[in-house]
Structure formats: structure tokens, C-alpha cells
Design a protein around this ligand. Structure first.
Ligand SMILES: Cc1cc2nc3c(=O)[nH]c(=O)nc-3n(C[C@H](O)[C@H](O)[C@H](O)COP(=O)(O)OP(=O)(O)OC[C@H]3O[C@@H](n4cnc5c(N)ncnc54)[C@H](O)[C@@H]3O)c2cc1C
Length: 510
């Protein structure tokens, strides 16, 4: 009888345990062979312990891990996330007052399948309802405290698109218990030596002297990238000239009650970065992401303390360093890097866990080919490069469209030398035309025309659509129909969903 495929995952953070749970549940079916998974994690190297906001793909990934939604929600202190509110990104609040826009999850509302953005652009700026409020109900529903679903909905389904806010520590623990219960071996040891045979890894050595061989090694060792990043092959492609933030100072604030749960991430721009604010069931996770080129750690901590309304000396916090960019060869020989070991783009649009998910879905396609003797590394690497570069463009757009000129950080973000050519080309094109499906490749792009439109027009993009009108382009009629469709959808959603408070009170009683 064939022995099982041996997969060794090094690293016990979100990447390590999510990959273990996913591959354990999916790969045996694809391969028609058993799969033996071993997870090795070092006791004295902590996980990064953040990564608490996700995007909607997570629902499909958790379902593919064979996880029940209500069990996940309860165990991981998770809440629903319906989008992100960007506060003070567009203008300097000292000049223009507090300003904000919403990037909602889900499709844009259309009129008989047609995008009415061009018509919206024809209105005078003071006649326009803010873009997200005009083309989605998500912001209004989320701000009113309504969740995106009710108790009767199927798991991972609801009236509106959604993702989760979750406790990263609890998630890793939850996935660990699940994977071990399904037979994964767990070794609490440090990898101290790697036997390399050309491109391949022959074996890893643990600090208790054990030597482990495998068919496939998965490097989930975080920024250390201990397996993929052999000294001779440092192929890290830094994106720090485009995306400036490289540090985070993080803290927690206890909730007084479940009524404090809000269903969207708040991202508030600061002098040299931004602060995330994420509500879980029992606490908020708050972190200031900043660029050490423009602000020092003490000043960054002071901005965080001011945000959470605490004296800076009393603020319990920890600081994390981030390396922005990705490894050229994320799969080399028989080793695949997943998670922070493969790369990282700052957390502005919560894409860290998404990239772990995408790596796993791609592995499901390519591992069987690899085990059959093919060399899928090049294809896999190209797909991941596309993901990284596309996300980098989207993130940079949030910064370079800002009117803020109050600090060098904001001024430098608009310097064309820091803006990728691909984004510059797109912006030129979107000056005259509305972004459309033709601008994107849905297989390797996390963010679609819809996402771009919510951010572009939320940021006050002046593009005028002068390249042409949509068919049936009568402005007044289209805007009226759009408003009617929105109002019907709003009524349906309010009828069909329950408030967050009711949902999570009921969940806690399960
Ligand atoms: C400031 C910040 C905010 C973020 N926010 C978000 C967010 O909102 N949403 C999102 O999706 N993502 C976010 N991320 C990214 C997210 O945190 C990571 O993608 C996710 O936690 C995965 O981390 P990891 O498992 O790759 O690495 P880690 O958590 O660093 O885990 C590394 C593991 O490797 C082990 N290890 C290391 N070296 C060895 C060795 N030699 N031998 C054995 N074991 C070893 C360690 O013990 C540890 O278990 C954020 C990241 C940062 C830095």
C-alpha cells in the first residue's frame, strides 16, 4: 500500500495552523492518498499575534477546512466585518474637519445589471450622495448595528457579503486543536539545521536532535523565513519605496459590553501612518501602523495613546517590525513559504490572511502535479507575485490620492517616483473612464473594479468619465432607478438580518 504524503509545516502561527487544517481536510480528496501532516513550532519564538481582520474569502476557506461557522465565531471571539471606514484619509482634518468614507464588502448596486457610476459622475459634486452610500447599503446597515445575516441563514451565508474580525491567538489555538484532533502531529521544537540538496530540502533537524524528512516542507516561520530564505538565495523584493509603513505599536481595550461591537474596521489616518480599530466580542484590538522614516517609536505610541484616550505612560503596548515586500521564489524545490515568510504588505486592507488562503487554494491545484513529477513552482510563483503586486497597487492608491500635505509622509506618498507604473497607468485611464472588469484579472486579483471604485470615488477622485457614457445613459432616470433599487435592498436587508447585539447574545448562549 502507498504510504501517505508527508508534509512538514514549520511554524505555529495563523499561517501554519490554517494551512494544516486546510490541507488536511482537502488534499487527501484531491490526491486520493492519505496525507500525514506534522507541525513544528518553537516554544521560544512567539507568533506575531496580530492579524485580526479578514476579507470575505475567509468564509469559503473556513468552510473548506470543515469548520462550523458558529463554532468558529464562538471560539475565536469573532465578530462580523462588513467593510472598512477610512477616517481622515482624504483631507487634513485640521483644515477640512473630520472626513470619512466607507469601503464596503459586496457588489455594487446596479440598474438592470448596468453600472451607474458614469451617471453619478455627471452630477455636480454637491448633488452627489457619497459613492458608498449611493451604490451599497452596507455602510448604513453596519453603522446601524445590524449584522449581515440572521440565525436562519445557512452557515457562511447572509443577506450581505461579510468577513470577520477575530482574535488571532484564539484562532491559532482553535485550528491547532482541530488539526491535532484530526491526526496532525505536533512537535514543540526549534528547527536548528536544514539539509539542502540542490533546490530541495532533504531534512530538517530539531533542537532535540530529531531529523525529519518530508515530501513537501511548508515554511510558516514568519518574517524569519527560516526554510525558504537560505543565505545564498536572498531574493526578497522590497516594496518599501512604495509602501512606507514598517512598524506597528499595538494595544487592547476591553469592551464594556457586547453593545460595543461594531461591524466594520475603523482606519484613522495619522501623521505618518494610520490606526486600526477592530471590535471583537470582548475587546478591541487597536494598532498604529507607521513609517519609522517619518516618526519615531515614542511619537507613534503617543498618537496611539491619544487615540485610545489613555496617558502614554499607562498604555500597555508592544511594538512590531514589518518587512514590506515578498520573496521572488515562494515555492522553491520542495519548499513553499506561506504567510509572513512569503512576504507581507501592510494590513490596510487586511490581506495577510487572504494571501495565506490564496497560497493554500493554489497548492491544492499544484501539489498533486508536483507529487506526480511536474514542476509547478514557476506557475505558482507567478500567481503569488501577481497577488502581491496587485494588492500593493491597491494599497498605494489609498495614500497617493490623499489631499493631505500636512507631513512629509503624506507629501512623499504622492511623489510619482513612489507610485508603481501599473497604478499610474490605471489612474491615467480612470481619469477619463470608470474602472471596469476589463482592467482586472479575477483569478489573481483580490480587488476588483468594484473595490477600486469604492476607494477612488470615496477619496474624491476627480475622474470625469469623459471617455464616454454607458448605454442608456440618461443621468436623471438612472439615478432615480438606482435610488429605488437601493431603497428596496435596504428594506429587505433590515427585515432579513438581526442586530449584532442579538446575534452575539444568542451565540454566547449556545
Ligand atoms: C502589524 C500587523 C498587523 C496585521 N494585521 C492583519 C490583519 O488585520 N489582517 C490580516 O489578514 N493579516 C494581518 N497581518 C498579517 C498576519 O498577522 C499574518 O499574516 C498572520 O498572523 C500569519 O503569521 P505567520 O503565521 O506567517 O507568522 P508568525 O505568527 O510570526 O508565526 C511564526 C511561527 O514560526 C515559528 N518559528 C519561527 N522560527 C522557527 C524555527 N526555527 N523553528 C520552529 N518554529 C519556528 C514560531 O514559533 C511561530 O510559531 C498583520 C501583520 C502585522 C505585522
Amino acid at each position: 500500500m502507498d504510504r501517505g504524503v508527508r508534509i512538514v509545516i514549520v511554524g505555529g502561527g495563523t499561517a501554519g495552523w490554517l494551512s494544516a487544517a486546510f490541507l488536511q481536510n482537502q488534499l487527501p480528496h484531491t490526491l486520493n492518498r492519505s496525507v500525514d501532516i506534522t507541525v513544528v513550532e518553537a516554544e521560544d519564538i512567539p507568533t506575531v499575534g496580530v492579524g485580526e481582520a479578514t476579507i470575505p474569502s475567509i468564509r469559503q476557506t473556513l468552510a473548506a477546512c470543515g469548520i462550523e461557522e458558529h463554532v468558529f465565531l464562538k471560539t475565536c471571539g469573532a465578530t462580523f466585518k462588513q467593510g472598512i471606514e477610512f477616517i481622515n484619509w482624504r483631507d487634513d482634518p485640521r483644515e477640512k474637519g473630520i472626513n470619512s468614507y466607507f469601503h464596503p464588502f459586496g457588489d455594487q448596486i446596479t440598474v438592470a445589471g448596468q453600472d451607474a457610476t458614469w451617471q453619478w459622475l455627471q452630477l455636480a459634486p454637491d448633488e452627489r450622495v457619497p459613492y458608498a452610500e449611493q451604490f451599497s447599503v452596507q455602510a448604513e446597515i453596519a453603522r446601524s448595528g445590524h449584522s449581515p445575516k440572521n440565525f436562519r441563514d445557512k452557515p457562511y451565508d447572509g443577506a450581505l457579503a461579510y468577513a470577520y474580525h477575530l482574535d488571532a491567538g484564539k484562532l491559532a489555538q482553535f485550528l491547532k486543536t482541530l488539526s491535532k484532533g484530526r491526526g496532525a502531529q505536533h512537535k514543540v521544537q526549534k528547527v536548528v539545521q536544514i539539509d539542502r540538496e540542490g533546490e530541495d530540502i532533504g531534512a530538517i533537524h530539531l533542537d532535540n536532535g530529531e531529523r525529519i524528512e518530508a515530501d513537501l516542507f511548508i515554511d510558516c516561520t514568519g518574517f524569519a523565513a527560516r526554510l525558504i530564505n537560505s543565505d545564498e538565495q536572498n531574493d526578497f523584493k522590497s516594496l518599501s519605496d512604495t509602501l512606507f509603513v514598517d512598524r506597528a505599536v499595538v494595544t487592547r481595550v476591553e469592551n464594556e459590553s457586547l453593545a460595543d461591537v461594531i461591524g466594520y474596521t475603523k482606519s484613522t489616518a495619522q501623521s505618518a501612518g494610520w490606526i486600526w480599530d477592530i471590535a471583537l466580542q470582548d475587546r478591541r484590538g487597536v494598532g498604529h501602523v507607521y513609517s519609522s522614516r517619518y516618526i519615531d517609536d515614542d511619537a507613534a505610541k503617543a498618537e496611539l495613546a491619544a487615540y485610545v484616550n489613555q496617558p502614554v505612560d499607562a498604555l500597555e503596548s508592544r511594538m512590531l517590525k514589518m518587512r514590506i515586500g515578498y520573496h521572488d521564489q515562494q515555492w522553491r524545490g520542495n519548499c513553499v513559504a506561506i504567510g509572513l515568510s512569503s512576504g507581507f504588505l501592510e494590513p490596510l486592507e487586511s490581506t495577510g490572511i487572504y494571501l495565506i488562503e490564496m497560497a493554500n487554494w493554489a497548492m491544492l491545484e499544484f501539489v498533486p502535479r508536483f507529487l506526480a513529477g511536474a514542476q509547478p513552482q514557476g506557475s505558482y510563483n507567478r500567481i503569488l507575485h501577481n497577488h502581491y503586486n496587485n494588492i500593493a497597487d491597491f494599497l498605494k492608491m489609498h495614500y497617493c490620492l490623499s489631499n493631505r500635505r500636512d507631513t512629509a509622509f503624506w507629501r512623499d506618498n504622492c511623489d510619482p517616483k513612489t507610485i508603481p507604473q501599473s497604478l499610474q497607468d490605471n489612474l491615467k485611464s480612470w481619469n477619463a473612464a470608470v474602472p471596469s472588469v476589463y482592467d482586472f484579472n479575477s483569478t489573481t486579483q483580490c480587488f476588483s473594479a468594484t473595490n477600486y471604485k469604492f476607494v477612488l470615488y470615496g477619496m474624491g477622485w476627480k475622474g470625469d468619465g469623459s471617455a464616454g457614457s454607458a448605454p442608456n445613459g440618461h443621468v436623471g432616470r438612472m439615478m432615480e432607478e438606482l435610488a429605488q433599487r437601493r431603497s428596496k435592498l435596504r428594506e429587505f436587508v433590515l427585515r432579513d438580518t438581526v442586530p449584532n447585539l442579538a446575534y452575539f447574545e444568542a451565540l454566547q448562549k449556545l
